[in-house]
Design a protein around this ligand. Structure first.
Ligand code: PLP
Length: 906
């Protein structure tokens, strides 16, 4: 085989699709040169030959251009007809690069087609230009037959197409397990797979990296190759892309087979070849099931109906806008549909988000399937609300919740609402970048062990973790849950995956999502061999008789997928959900507007459809782009003088990377090793979240952000003292990459010039500025402790506290006092008391997490950090008033009456 993947190691896999495009682009260039009658025809033909040879193995796995056009390309190359070779290469490469082959029959025509009545028309006439576009996709056929039978088989499948079909499905045939795995990995168009029983294991064309690819996804595949290959393949394909519909055609006992556990992942089993039309219809139905967006579809229909409204929402149907003399521009800007699709009623099939029984319910069920949970709830006010709903639903006053102190503020407020006691645990610091990393497993299990030692384990309800963090730290979700469940087998987990929803659609990252790990734990505990493992593990694994898998994920669909702003979901895999179902409903009612935005609900429905069809492609491309971006920044001779994309080795201390994984382009790191790191390392860095260090350019994060925005129209979100965060999403393109790289190169050039022209004084000042940004970084303050007034037992070694009492105590004006941050009073009180106790959450942006929470004792570290902070936005702090504190007298009074009150509340 040629070289479908040229780059080495991990990058190779991610660059496969862009290398394919690159080669077709190259072929297009060669074709054009040939057509122009360049004098170098022979050389150009040789170039074309080499390119086609490299492309062929990959093209065998793709529907377009397909066998016929590729064969014709080879013929043209052989017979030396330059003009027709040029025409053909141009047509194919243009169709591929512009995607026009998806709906343009011309793209599929060979230059002999008109003369040959036996060549079937590839696409039915109904998808010709100018007609409604039917979605195009490909079905992978895994066949035991000789290669010579594949062409006729495809023609037979194409003949089944009817004008009434909703989708155009083009067949691609492979002959083995390994080829099928490779096809599903590299061909994003494949949406369904039909396995004809009896195919073999080994790839018919050996691919250098294939074995590694296969073993990366199914380590046991090669060992199991003599077993039931169809079942094995179905599992392997779902491990890569769970959304694929898999069918089996077999002449085994279909009734028995269809009922078998191993066949659960197979959508339908057919008996031999007797029902090809049924198979075709089943494929279409499977696609339709994913394509259907029940809420959005109904909203579109609703918008077309002539409905009179007598409810409160004047903009519904747009009448208050389009008839207005003064606000018509709003209607022109947003278009009529936005208003036609608005209603404050839940009639007309619009269903109710608060009590869904119709299309919202179906849409949520489909989202649960897509995101891998048992249940999914749409939330129209962001993950801030999703988090509060979960806290309120599962926690009772007095419960202890272990929580990452620098998690999003919605959790801290959620705990206040629920009345649960936070047990704050600090993440590992990345002081050099003025940011926190993530929460390691050991401090969590240490806290659980201490709680156990003090007899408080029954009060512990939940663990809240951010995955991934803003800066890209991805937890080892499975290991975290396993180790915690070994101590507290019914612990509930809330994984805040606000930034990480997309990860479900990457076969690499899925294992590190809440739902991916929950599925693995369920399978592990259900395995008959688990009891033995547990017995041998001597207390380091969860007790099979006690363990419960109770996992909640909150996910800002709007942050990484195509929903409108504030579109969020709660995804649940809780085997005891029935025990909290009623309280979940109450919490949902508490936080959900009675006028939820219909467009957000519809966009959640549509975002799900998109991810089920093209999530794999979009996420793969985003990762590919991010890896490329990192490389461009760090290897560019000019840019890398002043900027750096922080590597996994720089963002994650070595103790959390046992595998030694340090960067994405690391030599000698193939896929199997990468997957090993993903499985074993305590933390992994999400490649799509790129911390660009700018301290060496003499700029702090805010300055750099402002410059990017004002001079280059580049928007970024998060900054730290010496870095900014560049996020690569499913919407980013190579042009975006080029835009940022150009900006960084321009800035670097400008710095070079300024330093050269400014001479020593400029260079000295620059050096000092860099030092202050890169070396003189303030220590990050750890959580100190709750004041004794908020602790059940001040002598206890565990850290939980009744934060809600502090929060509400501060509502009393008589309980509050203020101390100016830079006053001598602060020094005096730090030295001689009384202790200063925060009345408020104080949240500077950046870093964006509370450096003080209500009831927390303020220490020297916090004061030093506050004084060094050079950010303008600090929520909960008014510099002219000073730090808002709880008065010692109020604390003393509370302490007296707290214990009986807490007892009553419980
Ligand atoms: C970790 C985390 N969770 C939750 C949220 C809140 O999400 P939303 O903006 O969807 O309300 C954010 C917002 O930045 C976040 O960073």
């Amino acid at each position: 085989m040629g070289k479908p993947m040229e780059a080495s190691g991990v990058r190779a896999f991610f660059s496969a699709s862009s290398e394919r495009e690159e080669r077709w682009r190259e072929l297009h260039r060669v074709g054009k040169a040939l057509a122009a009658g360049s004098g170098q025809a022979d050389k150009l033909r040789q170039e074309a030959q080499a390119l086609v040879a490299q492309l062929r193995p990959l093209e065998d796995l793709c529907g377009y251009p397909g066998g016929r056009l590729m064969a014709q390309l080879s013929e043209r190359l052989k017979d030396g007809d330059g003009a027709s070779l040029a025409r053909l290469t141009q047509r194919i490469s243009m169709s591929l690069l512009s995607n026009s082959y998806r709906d343009d029959p011309e793209a599929w025509k060979s230059d002999q087609e008109e003369d040959d009545p036996h060549i079937p028309k590839v696409l039915p006439p109904s998808i010709g230009r100018g007609q409604a576009r039917k979605p195009y996709c490909e079905v992978l056929i895994v066949s035991p037959g000789e290669r010579s039978t594949w062409g006729p088989m495809c023609d037979g499948i194409r003949r089944l197409r009817r004008d009434t079909d909703q989708f155009v499905v083009e067949p691609v045939v492979v002959g083995s397990f390994e080829d099928a795995v490779l096809a599903v990995l590299v061909n994003y168009n494949i949406q369904a797979v039909v396995m004809f029983d009896g195919f073999g294991y080994e790839a018919q064309t050996p691919v250098a990296d294939l074995r590694e690819l296969v073993s990366a996804y199914m380590p046991q595949a090669a060992a199991a190759r003599d077993g039931d290959l169809a079942m094995l393949l179905s599992r392997a394909l779902h491990a890569i892309r769970p959304e694929l519909d898999v069918y089996l055609s077999t002449d085994r006992d279909v009734a028995k087979l269809a009922g078998a556990d191993e066949a659960a992942g197979i959508r339908r089993v057919f008996y031999a070849l007797e029902e090809m039309l049924e198979l075709h219809l089943a494929i279409l139905e499977g696609l339709q099931d994913r394509y259907e967006t029940p809420y959005f579809d109904n909203l579109k229909k609703y918008a077309q109906r002539p409905i009179g409204t007598f409810h409160a929402l004047p903009v519904a149907r747009g009448k208050s806008i389009f008839k207005s003399n003064w606000i018509r521009d709003m209607g022109e800007f947003y278009g009529a549909n936005l208003f036609l699709a608005e209603s404050s009623a839940t009639t007309g099939g619009l269903d109710s988000l608060l009590e869904p029984t119709g299309n919202i319910k179906v849409a949520q069920d489909k989202a649960a399937r897509a995101f891998g949970g048992d249940r999914c709830f749409f939330v129209t006010n962001g993950t801030s609300t999703s988090n509060k709903i979960i806290h309120m639903a599962v926690c009772r006053p007095g419960d202890i919740v272990l929580i990452d102190r620098d998690c999003h503020k919605s959790h801290h407020y959620g705990l206040v609402l629920a009345g649960a006691q936070p047990y704050y645990i600090d993440a590992f610091p990345l002081t050099q970048y003025s940011m926190y990393g993530s929460l390691a497993i050991k401090p969590i299990t240490d806290a659980l062990k201490q709680l156990k030692a003090e007899g408080k384990l029954d009060k512990v309800r939940m663990l809240v973790l951010t995955n991934c963090t803003f800066d890209g730290h991805v937890a080892n979700v499975e290991r975290t849950m396993l180790e915690c469940l070994a101590i507290k087998p019914d612990l509930i987990f809330l994984w805040d995956e606000a930034w990480f929803g997309f990860a479900r659609f990457s076969p690499f990252l899925r294992r590190r999502t809440a739902m991916g790990a929950a599925a693995k734990l369920r399978a592990m505990f259900a395995d008959p061999g688990y009891r033995e493992k547990f017995a041998a593990a001597k207390g380091t694994l969860p007790d099979p008789d006690k363990v419960r898998v109770r996992v909640y994920e909150s996910d800002s669909v709007h942050k990484s997928m195509s929903s409108l702003r504030q579109g969020s979901v709660v995804v649940v895999a809780d085997q005891d959900f029935s025990s909290v179902e009623a309280s979940f409903k109450e919490a949902f009612f508490t936080h959900t507007s009675t006028s939820p935005n219909l467009q957000i609900i519809a966009s959640l429905d549509v975002a799900r459809r998109q991810m089920e069809f093209e999530g794999y492609e979009l996420v793969s491309r985003a990762i590919q782009l991010a890896v490329e971006m990192r490389r461009e920044i760090n290897q560019h001779p000019l840019i890398s003088k002043y900027f750096k994309a922080a590597t996994p080795a720089e963002m994650i201390p070595a103790e959390y990377r046992n595998s030694g994984f340090s960067d994405y382009g690391q030599p000698g790191w193939g896929l199997a090793k990468l997957v090993g790191a993903l499985d074993s390392d305590e933390f992994f860095l999400d490649p799509t979240r790129i911390t660009v260090l700018c301290g060496n350019a003499g700029m702090d994060g805010s300055q750099f952000k402002a410059l990017l925005s004002s001079e280059y129209d580049i928007q970024i979100n998060k900054t730290s003292r010496n870095s900014v965060l560049v996020q690569i999403n499913i919407n980013n393109t190579k042009s975006d990459l080029a835009h940022l790289i150009k900006a960084l190169a321009d800035m670097s050039r400008a710095i070079d010039k300024r330093l050269a022209e400014g001479g020593e004084p400029e260079q000295g000042a620059f050096k000092a500025r860099v030092k202050s940004l890169v070396e003189d970084v303030p220590d990050l303050p750890n959580f100190s402790r709750f004041h004794d007034a908020f602790r059940d037992n001040p002598k206890s070694k565990t850290a939980e506290g009744h934060m809600r009492e502090a929060f509400y105590l501060a509502y009393e004006a008589s309980a509050r006092e203020y101390v100016k941050l830079n006053s001598k009073d602060v020094e005096e009180r730090l030295k001689n008391g009384p202790e200063m106790v925060s009345a408020k959450f104080v949240i500077p942006y950046p870093p964006g997490f509370p450096i003080m929470v209500p009831g927390q004792v303020i220490t020297q570290e916090t004061i030093t950090f506050m004084r060094k902070l050079d950010v303008k936005e600090i929520h909960g702090f008014n510099a002219s008033l000073g730090l808002e504190l709880l008065k010692p007298s109020a604390l003393a009074a509370l302490k007296k009456e707290a214990a009986p009150k807490r007892e009553r509340e419980r």
